[in-house]
Design a protein around this ligand. Structure first.
Ligand SMILES: [Zn+2]
Length: 546
């Protein structure tokens, strides 16, 4: 018997505990002596069928029932249940074929229960742990590292070297001090697992993977192919993170979270009722409003236009969404130069936005790469831009020109709440009569002295109160069984959940005897596919009279 419980998730990666009957707990992700953890492994037959073997052959060797770990195979129907440790034998053989790696991974993940621990035998090296954990594997053994030792190779996260590196000062672990290559390689593996665990806990494994994969073309390709599987990857990405998103590589634009932001700005977000827009450059400081430059822009605009910030890698950030993850959280290297792919991707986002939302006037208060992108987008969707910048956008001439360009335009109603609700909850609500208190970005929205929403200053997301939920007509509901929750809602207590719900989303819990507010701990489909673990972190529960 095994039991698995996950603590922290970061995309497909997670930290947690694997309990195997009669064994000490294993903290995941882990490298362990798996023949000791699973004594049955030695006697199991048919576990080493190649991953590329055709279905007819694979079916001749069905895995034995009731034995851990449970073998899963691309050509085999799933036999695993919640709490199992599943094993994908030979996974290391597919690491050199990125496209197949991604296809098989998705196939296996889709058919296997989510609350299972994933074991990849003989696959772990200090240089592969990050991408393997990023792909959703949790348990590893020393086989590959020991093989490297036998081959006289010295392993590091950056790759391996001839054994004389042992004395070169690259590492000073106990293995290196003792001149023992095997000990060094095992130590390097444990150290990398510890580092990856830390990055998962901080919700920044992607940043580490973008950095680690650089020395191995196949790993770069795996990451890129996974990014192409937007639907699969988007579903497992948290809706918000509290930390910084480091958008330091070209691949940042393809991150599911970045694509999701653009998609929601175009398809969910509802702009204010005005037909004048001004395109502004981003600022290093987030949210932009707190920067010197944006204070100047806002003074010049004076509320007479809809402010849209043109930025890489997100594309377009409407002013109302500037605090929301990842708009308030990204960090990019600023050179003023935008490469061709960046320009094409971002111009496409702008063009899609302007095709959906038309304006009578669009004033580009931009320079450099951002200006070029706006011009590309204008050409793509057949709109005409006005320009208010002949010098640096924050210069007094440019600011005066912007002010002059807006002369005679009417002041528009500042309704951040409306924009944020449309983006976060995908609905068009009437915010009439709502008032705001607090200091930006820590604000509260009320109506008739009843608080409706607060803003989570870590993620920038709206947090509805039970009264706030009354104005959100539908969606983001989690239906629970007939019980009054004490503490968090566990997955087995969930009857149904809106498929749009992602990890970190604000949700309304509805039961026959209780109504509650909370935050989803896992995406909707996992709430239904899991037998263990927290589904919703509950903030407030109200009993309902039956
Ligand atoms: Zn060492």
């Amino acid at each position: 018997m095994t039991r698995v419980s996950f603590r922290k998730r970061d995309g497909l990666a997670r930290t947690g505990i694997l309990e195997i009957e009669g064994m000490p707990q294993v903290r995941l992700p882990a490298v362990a002596d798996c023949r000791e953890l699973f004594p049955a492994l030695d006697s199991l037959a048919g576990t080493n069928i190649p991953l590329c073997a055709p279905a007819a052959i694979v079916r001749q060797f069905p895995p034995k029932e009731g034995i851990q770990p449970v073998t899963i195979h691309p050509q085999l129907d799933n036999r695993a249940v919640s709490g199992d440790c599943v094993m994908v034998a030979g996974w290391h053989t597919v690491m050199a074929n990125p496209r197949t790696y991604v296809d098989w991974l998705i196939g296996l993940k889709e058919k296997t229960p989510v609350d299972t621990a994933w074991y990849a035998p003989a696959a772990a090296l200090p240089s592969t742990i990050a991408i393997l954990c990023y792909s959703g594997f949790d348990l590893f053994d020393y086989t590959a590292a020991d093989l490297k030792s036998a081959q006289g190779r010295f392993c590091t996260p950056e790759g391996d070297f001839p054994a004389d590196a042992l004395n070169s000062g690259i590492c000073s672990c106990p293995g290196c001090t003792a001149g023992n290559l095997r000990d060094h390689n095992r130590h390097a593996l444990q150290q990398e697992i510890a580092l990856v665990t830390r990055f998962i806990a901080q919700g920044q494994l992607r940043d580490l993977v973008e950095s680690r994969c650089r020395l191995d073309a196949a790993q770069v390709a795996i990451m890129r192919h996974l990014d192409q599987k937007y639907e699969f990857m988007e579903r497992v990405q948290p809706i918000a993170r509290a930390g910084i998103m480091r958008a330091n590589s070209g691949e940042s634009m393809q991150r599911a979270e970045v694509q999701r932001f653009a998609d929601r700005v175009i398809n969910r977000y509802i702009p204010p009722k005005t037909d004048v827009a001004v395109l502004l450059p981003c600022s290093a400081r987030k949210p932009y409003s707190l920067s010197q430059s944006h204070r100047k822009f806002q003074m010049a605009v004076g509320g007479r236009a809809h402010e849209l910030i043109v930025t890489s890698p997100l594309g377009l950030v409407p002013r109302e969404l500037e605090t929301i993850y990842p708009a308030g959280h990204y960090d990019v290297p600023v050179t003023g130069y935008w490469d061709a792919e960046e320009c094409a991707v971002i111009a496409d986002i702008l063009a899609r936005y302007f095709r959906k939302h038309s304006y009578r006037r669009i004033i580009a208060h931009l320079e450099g790469g951002a200006l070029k992108v706006a011009q590309m987008a204008a050409a793509q969707c057949g709109i005409t831009l006005e320009y208010s910048c002949t010098e640096h956008p924050t210069g007094s001439i440019a600011l005066n020109d912007l002010d002059a360009a807006l002369a005679g335009e009417r002041k528009i109603k500042d309704d951040r709440l409306h924009g944020m609700i449309s983006y976060q909850f995908n609905c068009d609500v009437d915010t009439k009569g709502t008032t705001l208190r607090g200091h930006f970005p820590e604000v509260f929205y009320s109506r008739n002295n009843v608080q409706l929403f607060s803003i989570d200053t870590g993620t920038g997301m709206l947090r509805p109160t039970l009264d706030g939920w009354k104005i959100i007509p539908d969606g983001y509901r989690v239906q629970i069984d007939d019980f009054i929750p004490e503490g968090d809602i566990l997955a087995p207590g969930v009857i149904s959940a809106d498929p749009a719900i992602r990890d970190g989303d604000e949700v309304l819990v509805i039961g026959a005897r209780a109504l509650g507010t909370g935050r989803a701990a896992i995406p909707a489909d996992e709430m239904q596919r899991s037998r263990r673990g927290v589904a919703v972190h509950v903030r407030k529960i109200k009993r309902v009279q039956v």
